[in-house]
Design a protein around this ligand. Structure first.
Ligand code: FES
Ligand code: FE2
Length: 387
């Protein structure tokens, strides 16, 4: 249902936290606000060669990220000549040349090749001075972040999460990807990942099969505007994990689980689901909820096998080689199942999003969700009110 179909009195009754779920215009404002904060855009490993690029969105605007000889750069995906879309596919390799009149741009976004420039404009490309709008980029451990506008550094924005992100993909082997279209607002997907209360009702065959979690079993921490959940039995602190990541000595233990939520759209999970033949098979699961519209999200997931904590001789290496493929199939099956179960709930909520008329009341197992909404209010709703 779109907001055009709703009487304005209905829209007014929707609280601020939920307005972007049912109102396309509010969604556009929400995205414009979020474009100003460091936002995960994609992986450096997806564009390994010079002139590799991928397209995505930031702040509701189409952008592309490209590897040039002098590094990664990102620009708005619109030509300054007649405003054609420059990148019309999701990824590719090639110089930055607009398909409408063949203007060519360099790595600083300047239009340096303009066909018949002197003859048709009476000027050189430098005199015309046209350029692409840049997006500020910063990379942490192969995770590319971008934003429009200035402010604190990515390191400062991520806090202790910076060292953790910089470490987790090191030596990890990419095992699979899962891209799903979700008919729901992106925030519903983030909220469900910040909720440990739903597991019995929604994941009865997996996370919830042993019943509700004990309140004392998990510890929740804020990391600036982000958050994490970890097992209380491991008695860890975020700063200690970050320190171990800096030293290269952080490994998961048996039955371990840690989830990091990086505001606004990134979720990173470290888990040890299986122990076989004396080895812990530890996985890194990364979920990125890319907003498409007020009621559509692209959920990109990928999972990695992390390095083993113990060294291995010939026999153990052989055992790992034989065992790992079976565990990967098992893990991928459960990743798909659990993600789809979450998506079904988010899509259910989306169908009645225009009827939301109250505040979320987080239980003790939804504490991180309350924190997330606090941050959302600061960067989105308060910011919209001030405009
Ligand atoms: S619109 Fe891009 S070159 Fe004309
Ligand atoms: Fe879930």
């Amino acid at each position: 249902m779109t907001n055009q179909l709703l009487p304005s009195s209905t829209l007014k009754s929707v609280p601020d936290w939920a307005k972007a779920l049912s109102d396309e215009a509010y969604f556009a404002q929400e995205q414009a606000c979020l474009g100003a904060v460091w936002t995960f855009l994609g992986f450096e490993s997806d564009i390994p060669n010079v002139n590799d690029w991928f397209r995505t969105t930031l702040g509701g605007r189409s952008i592309f990220i490209q590897r040039f000889k002098d590094g990664l750069k990102a620009f708005e995906n619109i030509c300054p000549h007649r405003f054609n879309q420059i990148r019309c596919e999701d990824k590719g390799n090639g110089h930055v040349i607009c398909g409408f009149h063949h203007w060519q741009f360099n790595s600083t976004g300047d239009a340096v090749g303009i066909p018949k420039c002197k003859e048709y404009y009476g000027k050189t490309p430098a005199e015309i001075g046209a350029s692409l709008n840049p997006v500020e980029l910063s990379v942490c451990g192969g995770f590319i972040f971008g934003r429009f506008g200035g402010g604190e550094s990515l390191k400062s924005w991520l806090g202790d999460g910076y060292d953790i992100l910089a470490y987790v993909t090191k030596g990890s082997e990419l095992c699979g990807k899962l891209d799903l279209k979700v008919k729901a607002h992106w925030k519903l997907m983030m909220q469900i990942g910040l909720d440990d209360y739903h597991i019995v009702a929604v994941h009865p065959a997996t996370f919830g099969k042993n019943g509700y979690l004990k309140l004392t079993g998990f510890k929740y921490h804020r990391i600036g505007v982000h958050s994490t959940v970890m097992m209380a039995s491991k008695q860890r602190e975020v700063a200690t994990i970050a320190q171990q990541c800096r030293e290269g000595s952080f490994f998961l233990g048996s039955g371990d689980f840690l989830l990091f939520q990086f505001f606004p759209t990134l979720v990173v999970i470290l888990t040890q689901p299986v122990r076989r033949f004396g080895d812990d098979y530890c996985y890194l699961l990364i979920q990125h909820n890319l907003p498409e519209s007020h009621d559509h999200t692209l959920t990109h997931s990928r999972f990695y096998l992390m390095p083993f904590s113990r060294s291995a001789g010939f026999v153990r290496r052989l055992v790992r080689k034989v065992t790992a493929p079976f565990i990967k199939v098992f893990f991928k099956y459960y990743m798909r199942k659990v993600t789809q179960e979450d998506i079904d709930i988010c899509e259910n909520i989306q169908q009645v999003a225009h009827q939301i008329d109250g505040q979320i009341q987080p239980s003790a197992l939804e504490e991180r969700l309350g924190w997330f909404e606090e941050v959302y209010a600061k960067y989105v709703t308060d910011s919209i009110k001030q405009k």
